[in-house]
Design a protein around this ligand. Structure first.
Ligand SMILES: Cc1ncc(C[n+]2csc(CCOP(=O)(O)OP(=O)(O)O)c2C)c(N)n1
Ligand SMILES: [Mg+2]
Length: 245
């Protein structure tokens, strides 16, 4: 018997291709989220997507589900409100690193204390992509950005410790490690409590080109070279991807 729902059913096909730049990793993350929903047989009726503002914040508009394109930094409290109003819904946030960890960072911090049963997928492209490539909370130390032409002086934010302290789920992966990323997201959707999955992904237009990458493929390969999988870690090192248990 053929399955009724395939991952493509979770997308508004008439809105494809997306308006994102050629080489953008956001589409890979959309596919990962759809595959995880398909694997868990999420019904379209009972699933809601919430995004904030940014290139990645446009994600909500591509899902063939009830969705909210909310305010900058406020995707998590909007998602919590939806979940509190109807606990039977699968409530998923898909948004950017600047949105969730910069302007929205305080909401993540305090949502972790409530440990509401929502899933957050963070598209971590290490810059504010939409506004031209300013440093974001996930910018690597030494990385050149629009606002740090000599290289960022700061270390990237590490949210795993407070999420772990509040018994939330944290995983990190990259768009290069496609199967690993799918596993991280699928498990996060099954977790009863707040889950946060950080997916490292490339922005060739406003980040890669400034740092000397010729194309998005080169950026993808850099994830292969720079990140090692460790799914048994209690704490992920800077160069590790995995699931914290
Ligand atoms: C209150 C408010 N402040 C600032 C902005 C400008 N702004 C739009 S998108 C964005 C950054 C988004 O970065 P990120 O969440 O990393 O998304 P990306 O574009 O990188 O996918 C900013 C600062 C805004 N729209 N609203
Ligand atoms: Mg970003």
């Amino acid at each position: 018997m053929t399955k009724e729902i395939t991952y493509l059913n979770y997308l508004k096909k008439e809105r494809l291709p997306t308006q994102w730049c050629p080489g953008c990793g956001n589409g890979i993350v959309l596919k990962l989220v759809c595959l995880a929903m398909e694997k868990l047989n999420f019904s379209q009726k009972d699933t809601v997507i919430v995004s904030g503002i940014g290139c990645s914040g446009r994600s909500a508009g591509f899902f063939n589900l009830d969705s909210v394109h909310s305010v900058h930094g406020r995707a998590i409290p909007v998602a919590e409100g939806i979940k509190n109003a109807n606990e039977n819904l699968n409530v998923i946030v898909v948004s950017g690193d600047g949105d969730l960890l910069g302007i929205g960072g305080n909401h993540l911090l305090h949502a972790s204390r409530r440990n509401t049963n929502i899933s957050v997928v963070c598209i971590a492209n290490s810059i504010y992509g939409m506004t031209g490539g300013q440093s974001s909370p996930t910018t690597e130390q030494g990385s050149r950005t629009l606002t740090a032409p000599q290289g960022s002086a700061e270390t990237p934010i590490d949210v795993q410790s407070f999420l772990k302290a509040h018994h939330c789920y944290y995983a990190r992966s990259t768009v290069f490690h496609f199967n690993h990323a799918e596993k991280c997201i699928t498990e996060s959707f099954q977790f009863k409590g707040l889950s946060f999955v950080e997916i490292k992904t490339q922005c060739i237009t406003n980040d890669g080109r400034r740092r000397g990458f010729k194309n998005a493929y080169e950026m993808l390969i850099s994830y292969k070279e720079n990140y090692k999988i460790n799914n048994k870690a209690e704490v992920l090192e800077h160069n590790e991807i995995g699931i914290i248990r």
